[in-house]
Write a protein of this length. Structure first.
Length: 103
């Protein structure tokens, strides 16, 4: 099975304005900003969830670079740093643990 569209040349040919617009849209998605984290029950699923969606700029596949615990505005978050394997753009995705177990 062959994809209909040709392989694109990453984000290099796009204007800065368009890239910024796409970044802005990406930040509005769940997990795109610290105040919009994706709720997960276990950190084990974060690595997979972080790269589940393709690059917002070129639709290339993402790879996980770093998975860290962070605290932003008093909320403990997991931050996955991901990078596009195609155009190299870096993003962060935010997760909040909703552990059902008693701590
Ligand atoms: Zn990309």
């Amino acid at each position: 099975m062959r994809a209909k569209k040709n392989v694109r040349r990453g984000a290099a040919s796009k204007t800065d304005a368009l890239v910024r617009e796409l970044e802005k849209l990406a930040a509005l998605e769940p997990g795109g900003a610290p105040d919009r984290p994706i709720a997960v029950e276990t950190p084990a699923v974060i690595d997979m969830r972080a790269i589940a969606q393709p690059c917002p700029l070129c639709e290339g596949s993402m790879k996980l670079e770093e998975h860290a615990a962070d605290e932003i505005d008093g909320v403990r978050l997991r931050v996955a740093a991901i990078a596009c394997t195609s155009c190299g753009v870096r993003r962060k995705r935010y997760f909040r643990l909703t552990a059902p177990t008693v701590h």
